[in-house]
Design a protein around this ligand. Structure first.
Ligand code: HEM
Length: 191
């Protein structure tokens, strides 16, 4: 592959898709009201439930220090409890991924915490915070960017073949596409 690091290649590869997902999510006005935000939480619940096994994969956990603690499903659940939201529960998909594809999914979900800085600020406008309703969007204790840089370094240190890296690209594509489908489903839109 090129001389880019894996996460640089993933970023370049995903740029257009990322921006489409960003636009789609924002067009649903998830921070216009608590009800709109409840739907966003239902989408996050599905996404984080799907990726949760990656954080608890024994092999990956032996290669990425502190992996299990990065999982945000419990925070999403606690935010749902605060706002009395139940899982959407209908037409639930169970995407599957190979070990190498899972790296792309991990990139997608961990990177989403970078953009979450913007979402967290929006959530504040409807009185949500890390203490109530928006804990899964809060910054990591190390700071959002330092934490992301450290996570990227761990991903880039994984022993992956060129084929594995291609599979990781596919994994990232699949993860973004899946998130889009989940958003469309919970908001009931064709957009
Ligand atoms: C909903 C509105 C969203 C906004 C406003 C947003 C915004 C951003 C911003 C500003 C960045 C930093 C870009 C940079 O450092 O150059 C970013 C990074 C990222 N976002 Fe989003 N994002 C959103 C949603 C998402 C979602 C839903 C996902 C995944 C499902 C996602 C995945 C990522 C990834 C993987 C990165 C890291 C890019 C990299 O540095 O490699 N974002 N986002």
């Amino acid at each position: 592959m090129s001389e880019l690091t894996l996460t640089e290649a993933l970023k370049e590869h995903s740029r257009t898709t990322h921006d489409a997902v960003d636009n789609l999510v924002m067009s649903m006005e998830p921070f216009a009201s608590h009800d709109n935000y409840r739907k966003f939480l239902q989408a996050q619940y599905e996404f984080h439930s799907t990726v949760n096994p990656i954080y608890h994969d024994t092999k990956l956990a032996s290669q990425i220090e502190g992996l299990a603690e990065l999982a945000r499903l419990d925070r999403v659940k606690s935010d749902m409890k605060d706002l009395q939201v139940e899982p959407f529960g209908k037409d639930v998909e169970t995407p599957t991924f190979t070990d190498a594809e899972a790296i792309g999914w991990l990139y997608c979900v961990e990177g989403s915490n970078v953009g979450a800085a913007i979402l967290y600020k929006e959530a504040g406008k409807i009185d949500l915070s890390d203490e109530f309703g928006a804990s899964h969007l809060a910054a990591h204790a190390d700071g959002r960017m330092p934490h992301w840089r450290a996570t990227k370094a761990k991903i880039n240190a994984l022993p992956l073949s060129d084929d594995d890296k291609q599979s990781a690209m596919k994994g990232a594509d699949d993860a973004f596409a899946y998130f889009k489908r989940v958003i469309r489903k919970v908001y009931g839109t064709q957009a």
